[in-house]
Design a binder for this molecule. Structure first.
Ligand code: DHB
Length: 306
């Protein structure tokens, strides 16, 4: 059974990918490559290096993970060198993710990163953990999202652009449409559900250093499915879907909602890298059983009946 899938004129060996932010160090993304992910998205980088938010930055609970990493990253100069090294050694397509709080910095990031010729660049419009520092996220508003994507189109040159959206908005389809109109080549959805908080009842205070964080893991999967479903009805560009996938059934669900690729992130953190092969094996059996000859045929299937 063939699980290859085409995105941006490139054939990926399968539709599973590592979403941004699960792995911090650039070189460590090799773990997902070696585990057989179809592509990997690096942790978002910013112009200046960032230490990240106060610890603890990550906390598990029974249905997933809360994180408030605060964009811990080496910054553009050091980051570029690390990525260059990583790209040299990696045959699997690599997507670079960039974050900024204004168009000028986004342009700077995109022109520097596009020179490295990655498979694509993800424009992170939706980090929930730096709002207290930088104010409201760009991805909350269609107009600002449009302006950023439009503005980075030229510095991106021929490198495809992916807009990463937050689910924490009234209409994710309006934001997705604005990004498509501005020239985005794909949509990444969903980012973490935020804000979220867990309180240590004996210490009588929130566990995360920043108190609040973004929620990922199995608990958010139905949110992801609904948002991907909405985006699929609103735009023609492909969707890199993610949110709580940990079983092959979940991957089928996201594809039926409209995802071309399916991210597996928190599940790697919770269950280990073997999960990519486990999901792929299940997918192959399902496709055979259902007499679906090409995995691409799953995309948007849940929309047929309306
Ligand atoms: C972080 C979290 C996110 O959900 C994101 O999109 C980017 C960064 C973080 O806290 O580092």
């Amino acid at each position: 059974m063939n699980t290859q899938i085409k995105l941006f004129r490139k054939k990926l060996k399968n539709p599973l990918f590592l979403p941004s932010g699960i792995i911090n160090e650039v070189a460590d993304h090799k773990l997902a490559v070696d585990a057989g992910a179809g592509c990997v998205i690096l942790k978002s980088m910013t112009v200046e290096p960032r230490e990240g938010n106060p610890i603890p930055r990550v906390v598990k609970y029974e249905y997933g993970i809360l994180n408030s990493v605060g964009l811990r990253n080496p910054g553009l100069e050091a980051g570029k060198k690390q990525i260059k090294e990583f790209l040299k050694k990696t045959k699997t397509p690599v997507i670079i993710s960039v974050f900024a709080t204004n168009l000028k910095d986004f342009k700077k990031m995109v022109s520097a990163m596009s020179a490295l010729k990655p498979f694509a660049i993800e424009i992170n419009l939706s980090c929930p953990n730096v709002e207290s520092e930088f104010g409201e996220m760009i991805g909350n508003k269609a107009k600002q999202s449009y302006e950023v994507i439009k503005g980075v189109k030229k510095p991106a040159g021929k490198i495809p652009l992916i807009a990463k959206l937050t689910p924490n908005v009234d209409s994710i389809s309006d934001i997705a449409k604005a990004c498509e109109q501005a020239g985005a080549d794909a949509i990444s959805a969903i980012n973490t559900v935020a804000p979220s908080m867990i309180i240590d009842i004996y210490k009588r205070r929130p566990i995360l250093g920043m108190k609040k964080g973004g929620l990922s893991g199995p608990g958010i999967r139905p949110v992801a499915v609904a948002k991907i479903y909405e985006i699929y009805e609103a735009v023609k560009i492909p969707i890199l879907g993610m949110g709580g996938v940990e079983k092959w059934q979940d991957a089928v669900e996201l594809m039926m909602a409209g995802a071309t690729l399916v991210g597996v992130g928190s599940a790697v953190y919770l269950r280990g890298y073997k999960i990519y092969q486990e999901i792929l094996s299940g997918l192959k059996i399902f496709l055979k059983e259902q007499k679906i000859t090409n995995i691409r045929k799953l995309i948007g299937l849940a929309h047929n009946g309306k």
